[in-house]
Design a binder for this molecule. Structure first.
Ligand SMILES: Nc1ncnc2c1ncn2[C@@H]1O[C@H](COP(=O)(O)OP(=O)(O)O)[C@@H](O)[C@H]1O
Ligand SMILES: [Mg+2]
Length: 281
């Protein structure tokens, strides 16, 4: 009989990890982005007691894009994220992840497994754990039952955590308790926890609220660097920040898309000036 301990190197890794048990680990379905679009939202309607939070909303997002979503309070931004992530059902319309995955046919947990990560406004890191352990936990949370039971990290998981620490700029804080990080660093760690699972689409709600000017600038760099490999949708009120990262901006108003284009285009759009930017001026 083969003694497991006598097997070394990659073979041992193969036996110990998921790869040896493909039947136990559900393979993630990939969105079909052959038309370059990763998110198709068409004629979405959501009402709360007769109030239309989303009103015939149609929106497309390209694969690898960094899209900013702006709009006054109550415009429907959070509701839209709730629909994409399966938290809120909609009355009618369709939502597809690539051409092949019907998001409305999946629940919240399944949608997360499909590779759609969401960052809420308030950071929810495990304060009593180190930065490294937070990332380790998020990696394990994203895997199958078998993986969660095998405690040790594989080489590739360790590499992934190092990679993420590098992306979020917290390499030097890896053994620091998350509770001792600054507000901005906690936000980055939480983005890192989502990145550990290698999401295709990241939804980020008001990432720079409460950050210092320097942290805001670094967050802009971070989110910009994620685009391409990931598709990122950012909801943000800080217009200067939006200007610093945006390629395409979508303006929501009363549950519908009011305007879409570059920051300059939407800022010069008459309707946008009237209903939203005008309010601030
Ligand atoms: N669960 C809910 N029940 C009732 N009304 C809601 C609920 N969620 C959102 N709304 C309403 O829907 C509208 C859109 O809200 P929301 O999507 O949170 O806007 P935004 O994020 O753009 O500020 C608001 O008028 C809000 O009061
Ligand atoms: Mg909101």
């Amino acid at each position: 009989m083969t003694n497991f301990d006598s097997i070394t190197g990659p073979a041992r890794e193969l036996l110990r990890r998921d790869t040896a048990w493909p039947f136990l680990v559900p393979r993630r379905r990939s969105p079909d982005v052959s038309k370059n679009v990763i998110l198709y939202l068409e004629s979405l309607n959501v009402s709360f007691d007769g109030f239309k939070a989303l009103n015939d909303l149609t929106l497309y997002v390209n694969d690898g894009e960094l899209r900013c979503l702006i709009g006054a309070n109550g415009a429907g931004k959070t509701t839209l994220m709730d629909v994409i992530t399966g938290k809120t059902p909609c009355d009618s319309g369709s939502a597809w992840f690539g051409q092949n995955i019907d998001l409305l046919a999946h629940d919240e947990a399944e949608i997360a497994q499909l590779g759609i990560g969401r960052k809420f406004q308030k950071p929810t890191v495990f304060e009593a754990h180190t930065v490294f352990h937070n990332l380790e936990l998020s990696l394990q949370g994203s895997k199958g039952v078998w993986s969660a039971l095998t405690a040790r990290l594989s080489r590739s998981e360790r590499d992934r955590i190092d990679e993420v620490l590098n992306i979020i700029g917290l390499e030097k804080s890896r053994y620091q308790l998350a509770g001792s990080l600054s507000h901005g660093q906690k936000q980055w760690l939480e983005i890192g926890m989502l990145l550990a699972a290698e999401p295709r689409l990241l939804l980020v709600d008001e990432p720079v609220a409460g950050m210092t000017a320097e942290e805001t600038e670094r967050t802009a760099e971070l989110l910009t660097s994620l685009a391409g490999k990931h598709t990122v949708i950012v909801v943000e009120h800080d217009m200067e920040f939006v200007r610093s990262i945006a390629r395409t901006v979508t303006v929501l108003h009363q549950g519908s898309v009011l305007a879409e284009g570059t920051m300059d285009q939407v800022q010069n759009n008459r309707e946008v000036i009237e209903v939203y930017l005008g309010e601030e001026a």
